[in-house]
Design a protein around this ligand. Structure first.
Ligand code: PA5
Length: 437
């Protein structure tokens, strides 16, 4: 069984009180029950609760086979998708393998680039340069199969690929992850004969990382997806606990309580540069789930210690409307020891012989103390050792926290009516048929 993620809320007292938190027990209990019994708003999107498994399904076996093929015949795998069809796999790959995970990679262990997550021509041109002279495959991901950004990128990549390889070989290098029956991508895939993987109807984009949306790109990166799913499976058992001994409860309750006390911004932070996209995934998860009906904690992210040198001033002395959630991991086994220097011109000899993670720990403790003194409550989340299994556990931990937290807030966690409006305007401006001028 997994060792549970630890949530420490000792640094929120002063702003909120223990009796206030304990008074929320019934609310959190009801929210958890509503979620797991499927009696709340959005209950037709609860498929993510059942994604963690310990044995591979037939589709997972196909995912692993496809990943093996891409790894053997491609220098580069381009993953096309946006929002929930992109953030999860990128988060896992960058956290487990680092932001520079593509360095030195090629056939056998391909580089992975993400496309279709914006409309930048510069980004597209860079991708074209990166693909020059390289063998590549494309994994195109879209649940609706009609989202503009990935559709445009995919059209361009398909055109390039057809010219490079011809239609027959192309068929073996395009993999579509989409709806079982609906959408333009499904229609194209069926017509062209590409291998497809299904995003279940009852799983929304931001909860889809443990479907083929996340599993295929993550397997292409060489990460053990069965270990990841095992972590999520064990998390499902462990975090079903119905008391404040459950760290999911502590996180969901304390963030709601802080919100009720005027803390309307949550700054989600880690001391790992590889965590940046995990922050992006978390931001979509909580932002799209909670930001509605005029309510919601604004989900912001920061990378420490880097952003202490930019946002630090604002956190320490700006408007007192935020709290921080700091995510920590065990230090890696391979250490960096700070050396001694005879001249000591940089004055660092006082920490000679110490490891970098020792300094990092003191920076963390020092930051928490300073920010708490400055009136910013801090929730600490200790995830322990970072590995493939932990990744699955973390995804499930935050998804469950989000579902419970949103029900405590009193909103439907599983819809996103607000994201359609910009699209309607864009289509009108582009002159898309059916959108009045
Ligand atoms: O969570 C969501 O619903 C969105 O972020 C979608 O995932 C995003 O818009 C991409 O949609 P699709 O997978 O249909 O292309």
């Amino acid at each position: 069984m997994i060792e549970m993620i630890k949530v420490d809320i000792s640094n929120v007292w002063g702003q909120v009180s223990l009796p206030d938190l304990l008074a929320m027990e019934k609310e959190v209990f009801e929210a958890h029950k509503t979620l797991t019994e499927g009696t709340g708003a959005g209950n037709d999107f609860l498929g993510w609760l059942n994604l963690p498994v310990t044995e591979p399904t037939e589709e997972m076996k196909r995912i692993m086979a496809a990943a093996k093929k891409i790894r053997s015949d491609s220098d580069v795998c381009v993953v096309v998708g946006i929002g929930g069809s992109y953030l999860g796999p990128r988060a896992a790959i960058e956290l487990l393998q680092g932001p520079n995970h593509n360095m030195g990679k090629g056939k056998g262990n391909p580089q992975i680039y993400f496309a279709g997550n914006g409309l930048s021509t510069r980004h597209w041109n860079e991708l074209m340069r990166l693909l020059e002279g390289k063998d590549f495959s494309v994994v195109v991901i879209s649940k609706s199969g009609t989202t503009t950004e990935p559709a445009i990128a995919f059209r361009g990549l398909k055109w390039m690929m057809e010219r490079k390889y011809g239609t027959d070989e192309c068929r073996k290098r395009i993999y579509a992850v989409t709806d079982a029956a609906r959408g333009a991508l499904r229609q194209m895939a069926d017509e062209e004969g590409w291998e497809t993987f299904i995003i279940p109807d009852d799983v929304g984009g931001r909860f889809s990382v443990l479907t083929p949306v996340g599993l295929l790109p993550i397997a292409v990166a060489g990460i053990d997806i069965m270990e990841m799913l095992k972590g999520a499976y064990e998390a499902k058992q462990a975090y079903d606990l119905r008391s404040f001994e459950n760290p999911v409860w502590l996180y969901a309750a304390s963030r709601n309580l802080l919100y009720r006390h005027g803390k309307v911004i949550e700054l989600f932070e880690s001391y790992e540069p590889g965590f940046k996209m995990m922050g992006g995934w978390w931001q979509q998860l909580f932002g799209e789930s909670e930001g509605k009906d005029g309510k919601g904690i604004f989900p912001a992210t920061a990378e420490l210690t880097a952003d202490l040198h930019s946002l630090g001033q604002m956190i320490q002395q700006g408007e007192r409307n935020m709290f921080e959630t700091m995510v920590r991991f065990d230090a890696p086994e391979q250490k960096m020891v700070i050396g001694s220097d005879v001249k000591n011109l940089d004055g660092l000899n006082y920490i000679a012989g110490k490891t970098l993670d020792f300094v990092d720990e003191k920076a963390y403790l020092g930051t928490v103390a300073a920010h708490v003194d400055g009136g910013v409550p801090v929730i600490s989340i200790d995830c322990g050792e970072l590995n493939d299994k932990k990744m699955g556990e973390m995804f499930y931990f935050f998804e469950l926290s989000c579902g419970i937290s949103a029900y405590v807030l009193g909103v439907n966690p599983f819809n996103q009516p607000g994201v359609e409006l910009y699209k309607a305007n864009m289509f009108r401006l582009l002159g898309k048929p059916g959108y009045a001028k």
